[in-house]
Design a protein around this ligand. Structure first.
Ligand code: Z5A
Ligand code: MG
Length: 212
């Protein structure tokens, strides 16, 4: 109808350190939203399927070296290349549930010596701003009960601790901090109830840009 504003989808991000259950909860949320009649899709960063994503994958699997600033910019570029499709999906009414985003980009790069949060944020400025971030927290002791760290580059206790401290610096009013030391089912119910409110409140809101 001319002049009418179509309802857009919500942009929901999950963040947190290794093994906090992000991927598990992202899948569950998409399933629950779809079951409730809300069109929702799952996206994940890094998206290891693109040309840039394949370089990131090799770096994370430690099969190549990439200079620290350069890899930071590749993680960011991997988000920029997704912007046209994400914008189109959101504007067509699809809710996006996104497993890690710019906050991981900043938290992990700024955990490296001589990197500041401000420097790391700069190339992320202007990306789509999430409507809501669910930040899953887990103590290192409980995380350890979920199995050993894998062999990927940042899967080390010290880096995870620094990243967690950096996540704390990035929180704002759009974040909900969730203690992830609960059953998968309990967590999923808590998150779904909150997410439905975000879906409702985002319908008429303008899409915004991050850190501008
Ligand atoms: N990185 C970066 O540097 N810059 C960037 O811009 C971005 C990322 C976007 C790869 O990320 C690395 O890239 C990451 C940050 C960096 N490095 N680190 N760390 P990834 O997202 O691909 O990493 P992953 O392999 O998916 O691991 P993860 O995300 O840390 O795990 P998770 O998704 O949080 O957890 P999960 O896979 O859902 O669950 C882990 C295990 O715990 C599994 O066995 C589950 O069955 C179990 N689990 C889950 N929930 C529960 C509960 N509630 N109770 C008990 N057990 C549970
Ligand atoms: Mg994951």
């Amino acid at each position: 109808m001319p002049g009418s504003v179509a309802e857009r989808g919500a942009f929901i991000v999950f963040e947190g350190c290794d093994k906090s259950g992000k991927s598990t909860q992202c899948s569950q949320l998409v399933q629950r939203l779809n079951d409730a009649g809300v069109k929702a899709e799952l996206l994940k960063f890094p998206d290891r399927t693109t040309t840039i994503g394949k370089m990131i994958n090799s770096y994370l699997q430690q099969s190549c070296q990439i200079e620290d600033h350069a890899i930071h910019l590749l993680f960011t570029a991997n988000r920029w290349e997704a912007m046209p499709r994400m914008t189109e999906l959101l504007q067509s009414g699809v809710t996006l549930v996104v497993d890690r985003y710019s906050f991981s980009g900043v938290a992990y790069s700024a955990a490296k010596p001589d990197f500041s949060v401000e420097w790391c944020q700069q190339p992320e400025r202007g990306l789509l701003r999430p409507d809501h971030v669910f930040y899953l927290t887990l103590s290192p002791e409980v995380a350890a009960q979920r199995g050993d760290y894998g062999t990927e580059r940042y899967e080390k206790k010290e880096i995870q601790a620094k990243a967690a401290a950096n996540f704390d610096l990035l929180k704002d009013e759009t974040w909900t901090v969730i203690n992830a030391d609960k059953t998968k089912e309990d967590l999923s119910t808590e998150i779904f109830e909150h997410a439905m409110k975000v879906v409702d409140s985002s319908k008429q809101a303008e899409l915004a840009q991050l850190w501008l």
